[in-house]
Write a protein that binds this ligand. Sequence first.
Ligand code: SER
Length: 274
Amino acid sequence: MKEFSSKEIRNIFLDFFKEKGHQIVPSSSLIPADASVLFTSAGMQQFIPYLSGKVIPPYQRAASVQKCFRTSDIEQVGSPFHHTFFEMLGNWSFGDYWKKEAIELALELLNSKFKIPNSKLWVTVFKGEKGIPKDEEAVKLWIKAGIPKERIKEFGFKDNFWGPIGEEGPCGPCSEIHYDRGEEFRMWKCDIEGCGPNCSCGRFVEIWNLVFMEYNRKVKSKGEAGNIYEYLPLPKKNIDTGAGLERLACVLQNKKSNFETDLFLPIIKKIEEL
Ligand code: SER
């Protein structure tokens, strides 16, 4: 497989979405303007006013490479694929294109620019939970786009429903694209039947999350055992995607771990030398 440097990956991603009519937006600060959270943890954060429908966006499509700091995965930091700081490649539709185009765009970029064939890809979809229906539409679209039914797996809220950031805000079911690195990359014992996406053995790595943002989560009532939420439809359906640069680099540089990519290795080598 052709290797891509991290610089090439960033440029190819942005050029592709620019060509597809997206406004390229610079990364926002790691300290967000919205003080309800301490750090920017996702590419969508700077776009929340557009996604929630509170502000009319100056463009309907955007793409960025966002610097992120995430503490929710902190127990997993040190695994080959988890970091506190990372860069998120993302594309957005603010009430413009929807699931079909989001899926087609992601596969077109992976297949034609990064030369990853569909045969290496598995996807996950929302199985339906807490009154929100199963994402049947996504299943049909993935099959139509060339991912066979056997490689489409269903998960619930924990894995396939994304957001909001904080208590309230835009969120929705998501589909994750996982890359199958092959048997030889299995590092730990499988913990799910049949192995596949979300197995912790290390064979599969999630490379891209496509969020179909159609709900606004609101606190319905506050309770000691936890808040009760309601999911109201957003004024417009939006697309919010995020692909981890470090994970894509790991796959596209055929490395065992993100730390062996060109994003980390030169720094590690310099530290060794010093
Ligand atoms: N907001 C989603 C995520 O952070 C997609 O970018 O995974």
